[in-house]
Design a protein around this ligand. Structure first.
Ligand SMILES: [Zn+2]
Ligand SMILES: [Zn+2]
Length: 251
C-alpha cells in the first residue's frame, strides 16, 4: 500500500529528536512522500520549542524539493476539559494540529477520564488528528472515541513508532481503535512519528495492522496527498493552503 502523506514528524526543535527539517525532507524525497507534516511538540513539553517557533513557521517554504510541507504541531492535551498547550488563535494559523496525551503533562488516571479528555478535545474543534491513541499508559474507550472522531471530523492516527520504538504494548489498542473507526465511519491517517530522519515515511507496521483487519483503504486519508489537503482545507483554518492545492491539482 503506497501512502503519500506522513502526518507526524519531529525535528531537532522538539528537544529529543535528532534530525533537521532539511534532513527529513531529503528522506521524504527518497521515499516519494508528497506531503510532509512538521509536528514538533507543543510548548508545554519539556525541551519543546518556544511558542514563537510556531508563529514564525511561516518562513518555511510551502514546497521544498518537490515535497509539500505542512506547518503543524503535536499539541498536548492538558486536562479533561480538552484544553491544549497553545491558544486557539495560534492553532488556527497552523496547517495541521495533532493532539495527544503525554505523561509529563497529563498524569494517567483512568479510562473514563482519558476518554473524556480526548472527546472534549475533539469537540473543541482545535485538532485535526488524535495522535497515538493506542498508548497503553492512557486506556480509552475505543468505541466512544471513534464515534466522536467521526462526528467532529478528527482523523485517528495509526502511529508507526507505536509498534517499534515507543509506547510498548500499543498494538492491541491500535487494532481496537482502528476496528472501531471502521465501524463508526471515521478516517485514519498514518504517521511515522519520526524522531530521526531515517524513520520518515516508514509505515510498514501501520500497513500490516490495517491489512490484518481489512480496514477499507479509501478511508485511510493519508494515502493521497490531494485528499489529505482537501480534508485540511475543509476545516476552515486561517492558514493559506492554496499553493499546495495548486501543486497537487496540477499533478
Ligand atoms: Zn506524542
Ligand atoms: Zn510525536
Amino acid at each position: 500500500m503506497y501512502n503519500e502523506v506522513d502526518s507526524h514528524t519531529h525535528t531537532v526543535a522538539s528537544g529529543h529528536a535528532y534530525s533537521t527539517l532539511a534532513e527529513n525532507i531529503a528522506v521524504a524525497v527518497e521515499r516519494e512522500i508528497k506531503l510532509l507534516a512538521i509536528t514538533d511538540h507543543g510548548p508545554a513539553m519539556p525541551g519543546a520549542p518556544h511558542p514563537w517557533f510556531f508563529s514564525n513557521i511561516r518562513v518555511v517554504p510551502r514546497i521544498i524539493n518537490g515535497v509539500g510541507v505542512l506547518r503543524g504541531v503535536e499539541a498536548n492535551i492538558m486536562n479533561n476539559s480538552g484544553e491544549l498547550d497553545m491558544n486557539p488563535d495560534e492553532l488556527r494559523r497552523l496547517d495541521i494540529v495533532l493532539g495527544g496525551l503525554h505523561e509529563p503533562l497529563f498524569t494517567p488516571r483512568n479510562r473514563a477520564t482519558h476518554t473524556e479528555a480526548v472527546i472534549r478535545t475533539m469537540a473543541s474543534g482545535q485538532i485535526d488528528v488524535f495522535a497515538h491513541g493506542g498508548n497503553p499508559a492512557f486506556p480509552i474507550d475505543a468505541d466512544e472515541v471513534a464515534k466522536a472522531a467521526a462526528e467532529y471530523r478528527v482523523l485517528i492516527e495509526i502511529n508507526n513508532s507505536s509498534f517499534t520504538t515507543s509506547r510498548a504494548g500499543s498494538e492491541p489498542n491500535c487494532r481496537a481503535l482502528a476496528e472501531a473507526v471502521a465501524v463508526h465511519g471515521g478516517q485514519l491517517t498514518f504517521g511515522s512519528d519520526a524522531h530521526f530522519a531515517g524513520h520518515v515515511g516508514v509505515f510498514d507496521q501501520c500497513v500490516a495492522l490495517v491489512q490484518s483487519i481489512g480496514f477499507p483503504e479509501e478511508r485511510i486519508i493519508s494515502r493521497r496527498a490531494l485528499g489529505f489537503l482537501n480534508f485540511l482545507i475543509s476545516k476552515n483554518k486561517h492558514s493559506d493552503l492554496s499553493e499546495l492545492s495548486a501543486l497537487f491539482d496540477s499533478q
